[in-house]
Design a protein around this ligand. Structure first.
Ligand code: MN
Length: 447
């Protein structure tokens, strides 16, 4: 489970663009990544001032993520749900490629090609680092992805969203006046990125989710200077500790909606050691790009599915759409059994993912991944006075610039019931078929 094996698979499928031209870590690499966003992954061989190449966009499309998890795009949600529910153990190894080279003298910007992406960025920062920590009380591992801004030779400001698992661990450590030890892994197979961003309860080890997704135990190795285990097949490991009672300015950086997040006072990681492979590869996620949106949004789909399933057991699938930044807009398909099913699904979905702002419920004959089919359902199955639900003054996304952020992201939400009415004759909604149309092989007619 290394990024190297995955890059070879992408190359074999012509899904990896290799850039030989020399490129700068400041604005140039990000500009090329943005041009290629949503398409192939990209590998920058010649990075100005560094001997380390950079890869981006490996999780840049839903299909590529599905391919990396050996499943189909439409089955991703079920694969993720299954992995969370049937986790597999990890395996601890003694020797690891990630520790082929050990560096105790730290100067992050000299040692790693850390990128500056956008015009108003607060500085260079790491976007594809998974942060591994252990609960100071139970020792149970947590793995999550965080922005890491370089603020000194051996210092990083870390963005930790209040209330998240790492925040809970950090607050416990801080209460004990102790630092929280962390291992930060960069250059990983998509399985590890997907597992790290999965939405699981506190005290569920995301590496066990990764093992389930991979179908084999993920290999971990103990860090050299801290008591934390990190992926043995990673390209680069930054070891350090999040210092108690210290804060530094973090940002401004670009969020999932492509706008600037505010500058905040955030905790500080003091780096104690850097280990890496011989000839490591640095990995980057373009902020506000598809990879960023997918890694954040995809794990919400199984969460929404589970909550809606409690109310509407016949739910089929959930899709957070790209136009809504894989975050604010959802489409859900159900097999409608009673007239109120879709409305219940609306209410459950809006509560399951608080950032969800507009949700459309469709029947299972509509392909939720096809926006034209979803619009067709709205066009032919909706009467607005009856099928639209508006909920006002609910908590929404803290990123939505149109919400009332002064009062804690107060927003209005809309649900559209675009399912066929059970009161009407089913035949009215029947989609016309031509006999044997699916058996027609067009090639034979064009010869
Ligand atoms: Mn967690």
């Amino acid at each position: 489970m290394s990024i190297r094996t995955f890059l070879r698979e992408l190359e074999a499928q012509n899904q990896l663009i290799k850039i030989k031209k020399q490129v700068s870590t400041e604005f140039e690499i990000s500009a090329v990544m943005k041009k290629l966003d949503g398409g192939s992954a990209v590998f920058f061989e010649n990075v100005e001032g560094y001997s380390i190449p950079i890869v981006g966009g490996i999780c840049g499309t839903r299909d590529r993520i599905a391919f990396s998890l050996k499943t189909k795009s439409s089955e991703l949600l079920h694969k993720l749900l299954d992995a969370v529910e049937h986790r597999n153990p990890v395996r601890i190894v003694e020797k690891a490629p990630a520790q082929e080279i050990i560096e105790k003298e730290i100067d992050l910007l000299k040692q790693l090609p850390i990128l500056t992406y956008c015009e108003k960025d607060g500085g260079p920062y790491i976007t594809a680092g998974i942060v591994v920590a252990k609960d100071p009380l139970t020792g149970i591992r947590n793995v999550s992805i965080h922005r890491l801004m370089v603020i000194g030779r051996n210092k990083l400001a870390i963005r930790i969203v209040e209330g998240r698992h790492l925040d809970q661990y950090y607050k416990i450590a801080e209460g004990l006046n102790k630092p929280l030890e962390v291992g930060i892994a960069i250059g990983l197979h998509p399985v590890l990125l997907m597992a790290s961003s999965s939405s699981v309860p506190l005290y569920v080890d995301e590496f066990e989710v990764a093992s389930a997704l991979a179908g084999e135990s993920i290999e971990l190795v103990k860090c050299k200077t801290v008591d934390v285990e990190v992926p043995a097949q990673a390209e680069i490991i930054i070891e350090g500790k999040i210092l108690p009672h210290i804060r530094a300015k973090e940002g401004p950086f670009v969020d999932i909606l492509g706008a600037y997040d505010i500058v905040r006072e955030q905790p500080v990681v003091e780096v104690t050691c850097l280990t890496h492979r011989n000839n490591p590869i640095y990995q980057s996620i373009l902020p506000g790009g598809y990879e960023h949106m997918l890694l954040m949004g995809l794990p919400q789909e199984p969460r929404i599915f589970k909550v809606v399933q409690n109310t509407v057991p016949s739910i089929q699938n959930v899709y957070l759409t790209p136009g809504g930044c894989h975050w604010l807009h959802g489409v859900i398909s159900i097999k409608k059994r009673t007239e109120g099913d879709a409305k219940n699904a609306i209410i459950a979905a809006l509560a399951a993912h608080p950032s969800l702002k507009h949700v459309i419920i469709v029947d299972d004959d509509i392909d939720i991944f096809n926006s034209q089919q979803v619009e067709y359902a709205i066009a032919t199955r909706v009467q607005a006075d009856r099928d639209v639900v508006i909920v006002t003054n609910v908590r929404g996304s803290s990123l939505d610039p149109s919400a009332n952020q002064e009062q804690g992201a107060l927003t209005s939400k809309v649900g559209i019931d675009a399912t066929k009415s059970l009161m009407k004759q089913r035949e009215l909604f029947e989609l016309a078929k031509i006999p044997n149309e699916n058996q027609i092989d067009l090639k034979k007619y064009l010869e």
